[in-house]
Design a protein around this ligand. Structure first.
Ligand SMILES: Nc1nc2c(c(=O)[nH]1)N[C@H]1C(S)=C(S)[C@@H](COP(=O)(O)OP(=O)(O)OC[C@H]3O[C@@H](n4cnc5c(N)ncnc54)[C@H](O)[C@@H]3O)O[C@H]1N2
Ligand code: MOO
Length: 400
C-alpha cells in the first residue's frame, strides 16, 4: 500500500494538459486559458471625463469665473474643436476630454445659464479626468495562460476586444462501471442486484471539475466485456469502478492486462479507497476505482478532481483543506489515511465544527449525500478530544 500523497503525485505527474480549442467569450467562464489574453486596444482610448460637468482649463476655472459653453462632448460623440481661454465644453461621464481642457468642473459645482457656466468650486488640473490607458494599454498581457477564467476576467477580455478565447478543451473522462449485480437507474435490476450510482455520481463530479464525462455501458464481471468497454476511443482518461479488489470476480486488472495494461500502482493506504488501481492502457491513463460508492467518491475528490485540474491546464495540487473543530472525540487512526464523513455547523464563536457520522461504512450513500465535509485523519493520527482542530475537505467548495 502506497501513501495517499505519493499516489496523487504519481497520478498527476503522468498527466498533461489537453489541447486548446477556441470558444466564444461567453463560453469562457471557468475554462483555463491556453494562450494569454493580450490587450488589443488601450483603455480608456483617450483622456475621458469621470463625471458629468464641464471640460475646462483648470488654471482659469477658479470660484466665480464665468465661461462660455461652446459645445458638448457626450460619451461616444467627441467634441471636434478646442477649448480656448474663457471657454468650456459640456461633458458627460465617458466623454473624451476636448483639446485644450485639462480638468472637469462637476455639474454640482457649477451654475449654467444662457450659454455660460459659472464656477462655484475651483478645478484641479487633471481633476476628474481618467487618463488614456489608465486601465490598460494595447499589447499588455492582461491574463496569463493557465488562468481559470472568472466572471471578472471575462469582462476584462471583452473590454480588451476579444470575442474568442483559446482555452484548454474539457478533458473527456470515460466512466466504465463494472459488475454483474448493477443496473442503470430505471432499468430491470438483476436478482440480488443494486442500481449503479457510481457512474452518475462520478459524471457529476467530473462536470464540477470542468471535465466532460462519457458514461459507458455497464460491463459485467467478465474479462471480455470489461476489455471491450475499456477499448473506448476518444477519452483522455478512463475511470473504472468495481472489480478493483482481491476477489476472483474482481477482474479489472486481469481483463485490462490481456489488452496490455501497464500497472503503475495498486492499493493505497487510504480509507475508503484502498484498492485503487493506476496505470495506462496504451495511451489512455486508467484510474481503477473501488466499487463501494463512498470509496469511489472519495477517490474522485482526492485523485480525479486534481487530475482534471492538471488536464485542464491548472497546476498539480491536492484538494484544498480547511481547519475545523472536531464535533466529537476522534479515535486514534491506523495505517490508512481516513476520511470521516461529517456534517458542519458553526459554534457560538462562529467557528466551523465538523461532526462525523457514527457509522462510516463505505457503502452508505445517504450519509455521504448529507455530509458537508470529510474530516482528514492522517496515518497514525492520535486520538483527539471533541473540539480539537482537524483538517477537513469542505465538499461544497468543490461543487459536489
Ligand atoms: N478480502 C478482501 N476483500 C475486500 C478488500 C480486501 O482488501 N480484501 N477490500 C475491500 C475494499 S476496501 C473495497 S473498497 C472493496 C472494493 O471492491 P471492488 O472494487 O472490487 O468492488 P466490487 O467488489 O465490484 O464492489 C464493491 C461494492 O460496491 C458495489 N458497487 C460496485 N459497483 C457499483 C456501482 N457502479 N454503483 C454502486 N455500487 C456499486 C458492489 O455492489 C459492492 O457492494 O472491496 C472490499 N473487499
Ligand atoms: O475502499 Mo474500501 O471502501 O476502503 O472500504
Amino acid at each position: 500500500m502506497i501513501p495517499l500523497d505519493d499516489a496523487r503525485d504519481r497520478i498527476l505527474a503522468a498527466l498533461r494538459p489537453v489541447a486548446a480549442e477556441t470558444v466564444a467569450l461567453a463560453e469562457g467562464w471557468g475554462r483555463v486559458l491556453a494562450r494569454p489574453v493580450v490587450a488589443r486596444l488601450t483603455q480608456p482610448p483617450a483622456d475621458v471625463s469621470a463625471m458629468d460637468g464641464y471640460a475646462v482649463r483648470a488654471a482659469e476655472a477658479v470660484a466665480g469665473a464665468s465661461l462660455a459653453v461652446i459645445g458638448a462632448a457626450p460619451a461616444g460623440h467627441p467634441f471636434a474643436g478646442r477649448v480656448g481661454p474663457g471657454e468650456a465644453v459640456r461633458i458627460f461621464t465617458g466623454g473624451i476630454v476636448p483639446a485644450g481642457a485639462d480638468g472637469i468642473l462637476l455639474q454640482e459645482d457649477a451654475e449654467a445659464a444662457a450659454g455660460r457656466v459659472t464656477v462655484r468650486e475651483a478645478v484641479r488640473p487633471g481633476g476628474w479626468i481618467r487618463p488614456q490607458g489608465l486601465d490598460f494599454t494595447a499589447g499588455a498581457v492582461l491574463l496569463p495562460a493557465g488562468r481559470q477564467l472568472t466572471a471578472r476576467d471575462i469582462g476584462l477580455a471583452a473590454a480588451a476586444n476579444h470575442p474568442w478565447l483559446a482555452v484548454h478543451r474539457r478533458p473527456v473522462i470515460g466512466i466504465l462501471a463494472t459488475g454483474d449485480e448493477i443496473a442503470l437507474p430505471g432499468e430491470p435490476i438483476p436478482a440480488g442486484g443494486i442500481v449503479s450510482s457510481n457512474a452518475h455520481a462520478l459524471a457529476a463530479l467530473i462536470r464540477a471539475g470542468g471535465g466532460q464525462p462519457m458514461v459507458l455501458p455497464i460491463a459485467g464481471d467478465d474479462r471480455g466485456a470489461i476489455a471491450a468497454g475499456a477499448a473506448v476511443r476518444g477519452c483522455d482518461l478512463l475511470v473504472t469502478t468495481g472489480g478493483a479488489s482481491v476477489g476472483e470476480h474482481d477482474l479489472i486488472q486481469a481483463a485490462l492486462g490481456e489488452e496490455g495494461f501497464a500497472l503503475d500502482f495498486w492499493k493505497i493506504a487510504m480509507r475508503p479507497g484502498k484498492p485503487l488501481i493506476w496505470g495506462r492502457l496504451g495511451a489512455v491513463p486508467v484510474l481503477g476505482m473501488p466499487g463501494n460508492p463512498v470509496a469511489a467518491l472519495v477517490c474522485g475528490v482526492q485523485f480525479l478532481l486534481p487530475a482534471l485540474a492538471v488536464m485542464s491546464g491548472l497546476p498539480a495540487a491536492p484538494p484544498p483543506t480547511t481547519t475545523v473543530r472536531a464535533g466529537a472525540a476522534l479515535a486514534a487512526n491506523d495505517r490508512r489515511f481516513d476520511h470521516l464523513r461529517a456534517t458542519l455547523h458553526r459554534d457560538s464563536a462562529g467557528r466551523q465544527v465538523a461532526t462525523p457520522f457514527p457509522q462510516q461504512d463505505s457503502s452508505m450513500l445517504a450519509n455521504l449525500a448529507r455530509a458537508q465535509a470529510l474530516i482528514l485523519r492522517p496515518v497514525l493520527a492520535p486520538a483527539l478530544p471533541e473540539g480539537a482542530e482537524v483538517p477537513a475537505i469542505l465538499l461544497g467548495e468543490h461543487g459536489i
